[in-house]
Design a protein around this ligand. Sequence first.
Ligand SMILES: [Zn+2]
Length: 503
Amino acid sequence: MQKTHSPLPEKFKTTLPPKEIIELMPRQLLQEFGAFIFSASKNEIKIAALDPENSTLKDFIAERFTDKISWFQATQEDIDFILQNYKRDFKEEILALTEIETGNTTNIVELGDLIIEYALKEKASDIHIEPTRNDVVVRFRIDGILHTMVVLPKEIHAALIARFKILSNLRIDEFRLPQDGRIELENKTSTSLRVSTAPTLYGEKIAMRILDDTHKDISIEHLGFSKEQADILLRNAEKPFGMIVASGPTGSGKTTTLYSLLNLLKKDGINISTLEDPIEYALDGANQIQINTRINLSFASGLRSLLRQDPDVIMIGEIRDSETALMAADAALTGHIVFTTVHTNDAPSVLTRFIEMDVEDFMVVSVVNLVVGQRLVRKVCEHCAKLQKLEPVILKKIEERKDIMQILEKMKVSLSDLKDKTFNTGQGCEACLDTGYLGRVGMFELLELNKEIHDMVLEHASPEKIKDTAEASGFKDMTTDGLEKVFAGITTFEEVLRTTRNT
Ligand SMILES: [Zn+2]
């Protein structure tokens, strides 16, 4: 017969029990069994649970506590209230785990899980586990910048590395050679981690890239393209054939831009095929091929076989050699839409880079429709932003940058205007880990190939000359786009100074 239990006292439905009381019970039990302790007096513990009769739960509690236990009935809302309002201090939890006997396997499993969970909560893109002479440093890359999150004792290094190797199906007895693997998360199927190990002076280090499918629906507006820029993108993406090239250094968001274009074109009746290294997001309705040089599946050889699969739209993760460049140009010329990336500092340099990769100049002008140059800058944290004047040191740095001074002049903004103005500035808060920044946005430059640009390419003009010509017909470079975003309160001068170079 079902035993009935008193419901959780009304008071605890709206007020959190003290932290030290909730923490008497491992958080795992809260999540797995929907059970929490809400009161603990000298010799009585009160527990509310979704199923107070669960025998596993009861055994666990009986083992852990000798006090009198009173059970109460919790509802799902009660559990949700606790889960949502009970802020976790991951750093503390991680350190607490490593204080207990090191080498304890259960702790290592929990520790590995906690590190991944912590990284997901902070929206990190990468996790680095790095041994130093005396410690193990755990760093996360958040919004493009590495932060030391927690420093662990060296004693747990071997066990922790082994744990991540097991999770990613790597050989745990191989320490001298780098290995690559992947972790699929059981409870979050949209997220996986690409894992790579490398031997260093103080032992093996692990770097993990977090790949999150839930970002795949990212829209052009969301990335920071203005209405005007979005129109240019659309106009070119809808052309029947030709190339759109995204350019920028590693980590500048090029691939995300291409994904947003693929999302635009995704519809029944067209075959989208991609060659990627790595496949960053799973794209519904597309055939995605992972480059694997170990078995000779390179961008060039992959593209050759892909062209026999009757594609309409082809995305090539990166063009970095002449063979791939020539094949991609050929594919674009023969009626395919080709999206790709080239590693150059700005959009005009892509055109000269193609010529350097042996693509004939007339071929370049025939196939390239649009080049998008880009960088990512951090956004001012909206939780702690305040309007304030620029620091003198920033004003000085601005003054030293000739390129930025020229743009400001075009924008009719003088140094003394800057001194008087106030700008949106993050003060630092919990949400932004005291950095004053949260999330990132792109700064873009879009170079469409019109008649004048064609002529410049055929003359093998320098990227600087191409840029000057383009500016005459309305081209706006990414630094200008960035400064407009500073004046709009989205980012800061520091960010634009950090991510662009003096030209
Ligand atoms: Zn903040």
